[in-house]
Write a protein that binds this ligand. Sequence first.
Ligand SMILES: C[S@@+](CC[C@H](N)C(=O)[O-])C[C@H]1O[C@@H](n2cnc3c(N)ncnc32)[C@H](O)[C@@H]1O
Length: 290
Amino acid sequence: MIAAEADGYAPFPGISAQIYSRADFEAVRDIVYEIAGIVLPPGKATLVYSRLAPLVRESGRQTFARYIELIRGDEAALRKAINALTTNHTFFYREAHHFEHLARHVRPVLLEKARAGEPVRLWSAGCSTGEELYSLAMTLLGPDKGQAQPFLKGNTVILATDLADHAVAGAKAARYPAEALKDVPADLVRAWSSTRDGETEMAPAVRGMIRVRRLNLLNAWPMKRGFDVIFCRNVMIYFDQPTKDRLVARFADQLLPGGHLYIGHSERVGGPAQQVMSLVGSTIYRKDQA
Ligand SMILES: C[S@@+](CC[C@H](N)C(=O)[O-])C[C@H]1O[C@@H](n2cnc3c(N)ncnc32)[C@H](O)[C@@H]1O
């Protein structure tokens, strides 16, 4: 403990150092980085406090130090803490230019594959509560239900994964306030969802091609086959450069030749993946043909 804390000085405004000290913040920071790759700079100390304080109370522990002892030895409590420290902000049709690119340049190729009976595979990695996933699904299917049949009847799968349990549950539920879909083209919303009492539910046909799973992107991936499209947007912003470079290299490995990677507006492909990925649009990369 630093001298100032020993004197009773609170390192974080309004929070007693006896309850939550700088050392406690640093312990949580190290745990989250090790497990999830999420970097928590000192400026996030208050956020950590506000996200974890309800869990500290719920656990019956009097201080963060005691709570940290708990999560070090209890898998379920640790998982809850990690869930609470993820940031899941997302919305439908976020970065619309990605969906426009997909509809114009990628969908026609994938439709041909589906018509030929070939598998079509897309992945929303770090899908949060599913708004990106269903924006992707509706864009792939397009406004014409008849034309979408090769995707629906064929071997098309959209995988969606996230680390946070509540995010996975939200993506599986596939129900949103109708207002949340306001930026999605109206013909897509009409074709692939139904709205009642202000709540929009994704159509069973869409849900049938979705697989939502909990997956920590830092761990081993169980998927054996390659992907035509990977969306991983606004996830790597929480990671440091070596973690980003490793992850993007793994995405490049997991893409089929000619497959596309869409990343967030402030992100870029760096490290070894640059050898095989070409920039084909703003934050859109294509894996080179073999
Ligand atoms: C800000 S949201 C982005 C959601 C969506 N991709 C978008 O752009 O709107 C970031 C998501 O990444 C997830 N995440 C953070 N670290 C992760 C990790 N190591 N493995 C898997 N998901 C992670 C969080 O749980 C969160 O839901």
